[in-house]
Every structure is written in C-alpha cells, then in structure tokens.
Design a protein around this ligand. Structure first.
Ligand SMILES: *Cc1c(COP(=O)(O)O)cnc(C)c1O
Length: 400
C-alpha cells in the first residue's frame, strides 16, 4: 500500500520547485510564484489518471469526506449509512457535519453488506457511504440500485483503494462523489492530503469554496472574494501537493508491483484448503494493497495470531477484529458518544444505541479475517519465505 516506500529524487525535485519560489500556498501570489501551481497540476493529473471530471484537493482524507458531505448537502438530522469495518475517519466526518452515522454489517467482501444497508434505510437516510477497504471494492451495482430506488446519495470512501477499479471505472469516480486519502501510509502519499472527486461541476465549486473559508475565488485578489456560503480551512499546501505530483506518476508502477506480489503470495496460501479469500466483486479491479484471507473459525484465527506474535512475525499481518482503529467492537469512545463538544441530541441517542446493536454477522467475518499488507519492496524470496511461514503456522494451529 505505501507509496512512501518509493520516496526519492522525483519527490525532492517537485518540492524544491516550490521551495525555490517560497510560495507555499495554493492560492494567489500570482507574480511571485513564477508559474508554479503544484496543487492545480495535481488536480489535473488526478482527473486524467482516474477519469474524474473534477477533483479538489484537501488537507486530509478525513477533510475530503467532510467536504464532500458538505458539498452534497448532508447535514443535521441526515442519516449516513456506513460499514462497521472501516477507519475511524468515516464516522468522524459524518459527525462533523452534524449528521448521524448509521453503522451496518459487512460481509465477506469486507465492505457494506447490501441487505444490511436496505434494512437500515429510514425516512432520514440521505447518503450511503461504502468504504472500499484494504484495496478492494464494495458491491457497487447493488448499492447503486439501492440509491436509485430510495433516491439516496452515494459517497465512496476510496481512501484505501487508490487505483482500484469496478467494471472498468476507477473507484472513487462512480458515486456522486468519492474521496482518496494521501496520508503517509496510503498508496500514494503527500505526507498529509486528500481529494474529492466528482463529475458534478456544482459539487466541485462548493468543495472549492468550503475548503477555503467560503471564498468564491472569483475576486481580483483574495480580499475581493465574495462568500456565497460558510466555509472552513481544509486547504492543502503546495509542498504537500508537490510530493503527490511525483507520487501519482509512479502509481502504475506501484499497482503492477502490488498485483505481482499479491498473486505470488496468494498462490502460496492457496495450497492450504482451509484458507479462503476475501470475495472481490470485480477481481480484475483489486488494487492489491492487501491480501485478505480467512481461517475456518475465530478460534483458529486467534491461535494463528498468538503463534505469529510468539514468533515475532505478526507485523505486516492485521487482525482487524481486535484493532482499536478499524472495527466497531473497540470503538468505545463512539458508542459512549465521548465528544469534547456536545453533540446534537439525535446524534447522541443514535450513538448510545450502537452499543447494544447486533453486529454478529460482521463478527463472524471479521473474527476469522487476516489482512497481509503487500510491500512494494519485497523480492520473490521474501514473498516465498513469508508465505511459507504463514502456511506453516496455519497448519500448526489447525493440527495438520
Ligand atoms: C486513511 C483513511 C481515511 C482518512 O484519511 P486521512 O488522510 O488519514 O485523514 C478515511 N477513510 C479510510 C478508509 C482511510 O483508510
């Protein structure tokens, strides 16, 4: 997954272009910046690379989700359906616009279970937010059909699946809007950053203003800008965009290495009949940042994790079920509505109800799931050694 593994002269060159002029901000200072517009250049490159009509950079992936929801008009009283397995950023962004996160089950795609989404729809539902976790995608045809039937927005959190596709289209460009994160551990990094992609010009214009204090960017200078609506500061800096510009040019290389390493590792794990793999709605489109796989029982999976840890070889393998960042089970702060500032009453009520909600269908999937991160730096011997070691430990805990 991480582009930071391939950081080098190209990134330094782009950053140096900016350092030469000293104009670190993306807006204004037209004369002094000497024609250097890294943020604009990166937005153009994102549109070309992913086939999105428009793209607007933000200071983070979380800011991108917040911005997208604001631009789509999601706010107070609205319910947003999201998966119980994701990164905490998903509910943070929903809460930040005053909306209510409605967490529902995932299935063996590790993403939203369409039947659970259907069952969660109420008159307050405004938006469905699939999260394309660990490099691969949600069942977008099923979710699009639900959106069409109930007149709902589709916002793709593609923060973890840069470069993945679904039926030939890039993830993040299929819904009403989609987001990437460019934080330090994502497929391409800006150190910190994110983007909203959309094919709707009006949504783009709203993102542009919302991320910069509501400035309409139509004045002769910033002081002359008008403010058609309230905004905040979710701007990216030119230094961050410069890093991303070097990284996006390497994306094809990253993806081809990921696919190659993923296939080699999967072939080794496939020799064990008890190991099954994550269901991928469009196998061609997996960005292959992780290989996610299942053991037959939670008990066997826990035994595997214990033995891998005992041998000191667990790093790089993730048991999300026990992870504080990624699964409902450990989100006590959310379930107890522990916000520093008072949340609205309807937000508090819905969060307090989360603790008693049944997620046994997700537990049955996540309790048996291991995701192995795919490194760009592995050579074949290293992949074989890792794969063989996993196979050995699996056989040991299964008593084979
Ligand atoms: C990383 C991530 C985000 C947020 O990105 P930041 O840039 O770290 O704010 C949102 N959603 C998912 C699924 C992520 O993995």
């Amino acid at each position: 997954m991480p582009g930071f593994e391939f950081f080098g002269a190209e990134e330094r060159k782009e950053v140096n272009d900016v350092l030469q002029t000293g104009i670190l901000m993306r807006y204004g200072f037209d004369g002094a910046r000497n024609g250097i517009w890294k943020s604009q250049e990166l937005e153009k490159a994102i549109c070309e690379t992913f086939g999105s009509e428009y793209a607007h950079l933000t200071s983070s992936g979380t800011a991108a989700l917040t911005t997208a929801m604001a631009a789509l008009g999601v706010g107070a009283g609205d319910e947003v359906i999201m998966p119980a397995f994701t990164f905490v950023a998903s509910f943070e962004a929903i809460l930040s616009v005053g909306a209510i996160p409605v967490l529902v089950d995932v299935d063996d795609t590790l993403t939203l279970k369409p039947e659970a989404v259907k069952a969660a729809i109420t008159p307050q539902t405004k938006c469905i937010m699939p999260v394309h976790m660990c490099g691969s995608m949600a069942d977008l045809d099923a979710l699009k059909a639900i959106c069409a039937e109930h007149n709902l927005l589709l916002l793709e959190d593609a923060c973890q699946s840069i470069g993945g596709t679904y039926k030939g289209k890039k993830l993040g460009t299929i819904g009403d809007a989609g987001t990437f994160s460019f934080d330090f551990v994502k497929t391409i990094t800006c150190a910190e950053g994110g983007v909203v992609m959309t094919n709707n010009k009006e949504v783009l214009t709203k993102c542009d203003g919302f991320t910069d204090h509501g400035h309409d960017h139509l004045g002769v200078d910033r002081g002359a800008d008008l403010h058609p609506f309230i905004g905040y500061n979710f701007r990216i800096s030119e230094l961050h965009a410069a890093v991303g510009l070097a990284q996006i040019r390497k994306l094809d290389t990253f993806l081809s290495i990921q696919k190659r390493n993923h296939t080699r590792l999967k072939n080794i794990l496939s020799t064990v009949p008890e190991i099954s793999f994550r269901r991928v709605p469009d196998a061609e489109g997996d960005s292959c940042t992780f290989l996610s796989w299942f053991l037959p029982t939670e008990e066997a999976t826990r035994a595997f994790v214990t033995e891998m840890k005992a041998q000191g070889i667990m790093p790089g393998n993730f048991y999300w079920f026990d992870n504080n960042w990624h699964y409902i089970k450990k989100w006590d702060h959310l379930k107890r509505a522990k916000s520093l500032f008072p949340l609205s009453l309807d937000q508090q009520l819905s969060l307090m109800n989360l603790g008693s909600k049944d997620f046994s269908a997700s537990d049955a999937v996540m309790g048996r799931c291991i995701s192995t991160a795919i490194s760009l730096l592995w050579n074949d011997e290293q992949i074989d050694a890792k794969g063989n070691k996993i196979v050995e430990v699996v056989k040991q805990v299964l008593g084979k």
